[in-house]
Design a protein around this ligand. Structure first.
Ligand SMILES: Cc1ncc(COP(=O)(O)O)c(C=O)c1O
Length: 459
């Protein structure tokens, strides 16, 4: 007998009742459908942070009561994150600023001569740190199925020279939302003696993640994408390479001793463990907020959260499939498993124009652009030779222009059904009737100027 998974209600998030002005001047409740860029804070995280704030004190630096309390809270947050990620006994949790910082830290810590492998479909944060740190990188072409991804890695590693190797792979794409075969890739990498870092920036907010079960060596994620936007992120995993590396930052907190030598130089003995890479005053509020989010998601239950999200994803994909002008972008097939992240283009529309109309006429916040994954979006748009544009910068946007970028809708644990329904209704209406306003590019932003007098809303 199969037991139906319980579907939870949306979790309470800040901003759920914020009213925003439309181009008409009317106000509507904001539909935040850009969780993949940054998700709203969970009410629970906000409450925990507010309750702690009066007790705030320096971490690892003070003899006073509040410093001791804050230090305990910081170290307890590390343990909560370790539990949330199901880390191995001797894995470390290093608090960073965000995923980008975590992956740059790891890149700087890799043994000399490490060869890194990454699919060209990665977010720039997982694509770029390796060459930037002076490492050799083998870029793997965009696979068109999960099996092809595993086979491509297998072939690349089989042909790789001896020496330390690392695969960096994302768990869920920030463009298509598609899930990557992390466990299979990790198994393949380990068979060839390579290690694996998982970019879980888009996975951790949506899915239970077990480092032990996936058997990845490191994992990175961002607080602000997991409902804890207080400036902290995480790099967690194997201690050996991190302890052997030069500290990421030089400064207080990372040192055991610093002594003047008789020749006038300064001798430093660095810590091992997380402190080695956490120089400077730790962001205790950021770390505590992440721990609070980990607890809140665990208590809500990932089975129920995932079931609810699947329901919204199904509603969204079914609704968009009824609009022939909409083309959903996908590497592995439009019905492949994804988190609540989906990108699309609309025939005859510039994506910046379309996204601006969703905001100005319906109060819906999505993102348009290349989503800091330029090679992937260009591959999906079939436009690999198009002129580059700034990360996050909308392109000149006139109605009917061919789009060189896409529209992304993304959501998560705080999203009510109404936001998805309003979004689908808005897409249908824009595609059928056109925008109700004229738009102009002002300083890189597509803004509504004059209402088109067609009486469509009245009629
Ligand atoms: C898959 C993925 N990796 C890494 C990042 C970088 O995260 P952050 O900007 O928090 O450093 C993002 C951000 O969008 C992402 O989606």
């Amino acid at each position: 007998m199969s037991v139906a998974t319980e579907i939870c209600a949306p979790l309470a998030v800040l901003g759920h009742d914020v009213q925003v002005p439309l181009a008409s001047g009317e106000k509507v409740g904001y539909a935040a459908l850009d969780y993949a860029a940054s998700s709203p804070a969970l009410q629970r995280v906000w409450d925990d942070v507010a309750a702690y704030a009066p007790y705030y004190g320096s971490v690892h630096r003070g003899a006073g009561y509040l410093s001791q309390l804050s230090t305990d809270l910081f170290e307890q947050s590390r343990r909560t994150v370790a539990e949330f990620l199901d880390l191995r006994e001797d894995d470390q949790v290093v608090f960073t600023r965000a995923t980008t910082d975590s992956l740059n830290l790891l890149a700087a810590a890799l043994p000399a001569g490490t060869r890194v492998f990454a699919f060209e479909t990665e977010h720039h944060a997982s694509l770029l740190p390796w060459a930037h740190a002076g490492l050799e990188v083998g870029y793997l072409r965009a696979p068109r199925s999960r099996a092809e991804a595993v086979a491509a890695l297998d072939a690349a590693l089989a042909a790789a020279p001896e020496g330390p190797k690392l695969l960096c792979v994302t768990g869920a794409s920030n463009v298509t939302g598609e899930l990557w075969p992390v466990a299979e890739l990790a198994e393949t990498a380990h068979r060839h003696g390579a290690r694996v870092v998982l970019d879980a920036a888009q996975l951790a907010p949506h899915h239970r993640v077990s480092v032990r079960e996936l058997d990845v060596d490191w994992i990175a994620f961002s607080g602000h994408k997991i409902y804890a936007p207080f400036g902290a992120g995480v790099l967690a995993g194997r201690a050996d390479w991190l302890d052997a590396a030069e500290p990421y930052l030089a400064g207080g907190g990372a040192t055991r001793t610093v002594a003047r030598e008789t020749d006038g130089s300064v001798a430093v003995e660095w810590h091992t463990g997380p402190a080695r890479h956490e120089a400077g005053s730790p962001n205790v509020i950021g770390a505590y907020a992440i721990a609070s989010a980990c607890r809140a998601l665990t208590e809500a239950g990932f089975d129920a959260l995932e079931a609810r999200e699947r329901q919204l994803v199904d509603r969204l994909t079914a609704g968009l499939a009824e609009i022939p002008q909409v083309k959903v972008l996908s590497l592995f097939g439009t019905d492949s498993a994804r988190v609540g992240v989906l990108s699309f283009v609309v025939q005859g529309w510039n994506s910046s124009h379309f996204s601006a109309a969703l905001s100005a006429e319906y109060g819906i916040g999505v993102r348009d652009g290349l989503f800091c994954a330029h090679p992937l979006v260009r591959t999906l748009l079939g436009d690999e030779d198009a002129a580059p544009s700034e990360c996050g910068a909308p392109e000149p946007s006139l109605p009917g222009e061919r789009s060189l970028n896409a529209i992304r809708v993304s959501f998560g644990a705080g999203t009510p059904d109404e936001h998805i329904e309003r979004f689908l209704a808005a897409v249908r209406e824009l595609v059928t009737d056109g925008a109700a306003w004229n738009y102009r590019n002002e300083g890189g932003r597509c803004v509504a100027t004059v209402q088109i007098d067609r009486g469509r809303r009245e009629g």
